[in-house]
Design a protein around this ligand. Structure first.
Ligand code: PLP
Length: 380
């Protein structure tokens, strides 16, 4: 099988599996004071150091969660709640549902920040909005902007956007779930206040993630209970998951150059698909994650493509597939100004730490074969 769905979940890295197997043997609660408990605590704290190292932060500013979705919920709901609701959320038009759905229930007013046709946030529009900000009427502005888009791979100008918002006295929440292990992530350089991560996008296990919190950034917990994670996220830590997350993050960052090198194979695949079938590459020419290619051929339905490729032993996604198995029209492509015909025919291929040149070639072979059997035959 050729796996080209890393943005949904990356295969588990061997270092993560080893760390998890070792942690499973501990069998104790990291809050227990006895020796076995202290060993579990040590495993959690080692992983916290590894995650901190991966994003240029202090270990103590990392809060472990059950994944990227929970980290987003904590950042959005916890910041609005800590500000007593005196905030307005400025949300990019291309955020993941994990962010959007929590924004929707925060109770704070919401404004959309649009993206350019290239798929990156419109900094001029943001600047203009911030220039006239009335904090008496609107409270603190909180920008919600992802680091890299899960569907298109387009990298967002987070540092520039966060600086604009900071100047107006605001805060920035950055969903860096698709950035970790694909591009360098440094919280100080980004200048954000909250940053969310998920282990399974970087070769760690599913069901574990983290929120990085700038020291002093306002946050109230969403889950109350035993007071773990400095009372910001109660619940016994997922020790094995956290150990796997730490090991995966460390390896992913060590292999950033190898990930960046995938762009040569991706570009070769895209130029073949353009020449032989006339596909449109979404986000073409804009800084994108090296291992992501989202392309479309109007008239060739995304579901048909995904099924044909699956039959040929190639795993890819249509639209944003990590939220569920349902096929929905992409909000992201709509926000970039693409029409329905193009959006309905867009598929996302995403590669990563195990991928090589042959994988890209076989994805192109399988796709072209399916296209020739269906749409290209009709137009030939
Ligand atoms: N944010 C982005 C950009 C994602 O791609 C995903 C993927 O599912 C999430 C958040 C949610 O992360 P998790 O699956 O760990 O809840």
């Amino acid at each position: 099988m050729i796996y080209a769905d890393y943005n949904a979940t990356a295969p588990l890295r061997p270092e993560a599996r080893d760390a998890m197997l070792a942690a499973f043997e501990l069998g104790a609660n990291p809050s227990s004071v006895h020796g076995a408990g202290r060993a579990a605590r040590k495993t959690v704290e080692r992983a916290r150091e590894q995650i901190g190292g991966a994003i240029g932060s202090r270990a103590q500013d990392i809060i472990f969660t059950s994944g990227g979705t929970e980290a987003a919920a904590l950042a959005v709901l916890g910041s609005v709640s800590a500000l007593g609701g005196k905030a307005t959320l400025l949300v990019s038009a291309i955020e993941h549902e994990a962010v959007i759905k929590n924004v929707g229930i925060s109770g704070a007013p919401v404004e959309t920040v649009y993206v350019t046709p290239a798929g990156a946030i419109d900094l001029e529009a943001l600047k203009a909005r911030m220039a006239g900000w009335d904090s008496e009427a609107s409270g603190k502005p909180i920008l919600v902007l992802m680091l890299a888009n899960n569907e298109t791979g387009v990298i967002q100008p987070v540092a520039e956007a966060a600086a604009i918002v900071r100047e107006a006295g605001g805060l920035t929440i950055c969903d860096a779930v698709q950035g970790l292990g694909k591009i360098a992530v440094n919280v100080a350089l980004l200048g954000v206040d909250y940053l969310t991560l998920s282990a399974h996008k970087a070769g760690g296990p599913q069901g574990v993630g983290a929120l990085w919190l700038r020291a002093g950034a306002p946050l109230k917990p969403v889950l109350l209970g035993g007071g773990q994670e400095k009372s910001l996220r109660s619940g016994t830590e997922n020790v094995a998951g956290i150990a796997g997350f730490g090991a995966a993050a460390e390896m992913a960052v060590r292999e950033l150059d190898a990930y960046a090198g995938l762009s040569a194979h991706r570009d070769a695949m895209e130029s073949r698909l353009k020449t032989e079938a006339g596909v449109t590459v979404v986000g073409d020419g804009t800084p994108r994650l090296a291992g992501v290619s989202n392309f479309a051929l109007p008239g060739f339905k995304a579901e048909t493509q995904v099924m044909a490729m699956d039959l040929a032993g190639v795993a890819v996604s249509s639209g944003s597939a990590c939220s569920s198995g349902k096929v929905k029209r992409s909000v992201v492509l709509g926000a970039m100004g693409y029409d329905d015909a193009l959006a309905e025919s867009a598929i996302r291929t995403s590669f990563g730490w195990k991928s090589d040149e042959a994988d890209f070639e076989r994805v192109a072979d399988a796709w072209l074969e399916a296209a020739r059997r269906t749409v290209l035959k009709e137009t030939a």
